[in-house]
Design a protein around this ligand. Sequence first.
Ligand code: ZN
Length: 261
Amino acid sequence: MRVNIFPVATLRDNYVWIIEHKNEALVIDPGEAAPVIAALNERGLRVKAILLTHRHWDHVDGIPELQKRFPSPIYGPKSTAMPQVTQTLAEGDYLEFWDAEVKFQIWHTPGHTEEHIAYLLTNEHPGSTAIFCGDTLFSAGCGRLLGGTAEQLHTSLERYKRLAAETILYCTHEYTQANLRFAQAVEPSNVFTREYADSVEELRLVDATTLPTTVGKELKINPFLRCDQPEVIKQVEAHTGKTMTSRLQTFTVLRQWKDSF
Ligand SMILES: [Zn+2]
């Protein structure tokens, strides 16, 4: 079984990921309806279900308009801030579509927000996993703390780090270029970051997407996954003037530093 997965660019820098199979679509985090409806119509797709990762408007505001055209169940975390969810999901749940041809495992991944969940697509192709990670992780960066704690986000990202290197990360924002400017400030001697910044610049010049990314790539270039690296620790210590005593502390300061970068 092979599904087709493609992004629809919405709003300023969001991506709505679509999983297409048998003329139907799973629509993930529709923050805006019009471009999603246009993409669905162009391919002759109906909406099978909407999958939500978290509460933010730029991930849910397209739902009413989409529901008018294509009424469908809405999956998402259980939260009073997400009344639109019709089927709630929690850590460890499994979710299947098309007679289990597409199967997700649900991870509770708090930090960006408290209720945030991620969808692990466990059978995209043999031996490989993909994860729809919402606003927890971006290429070369991570989500801001908008309701959750640094400790929660650190724990969520540590889980991603343990996935196989070839695991595909479907992030929901085109932040890569700005993130790489910060990553290079944090790790000026990281050669992978420098090379990646060059290829990202070329992609962005022609308005091409830099996503999805992979766990293997992020482990090399994403400073938020590299809080155990001597250069990251050194730069964070130079920035704050404090000695870092744990990976979590380094992560926490790094997140604060990025907020004001
Ligand atoms: Zn968000």
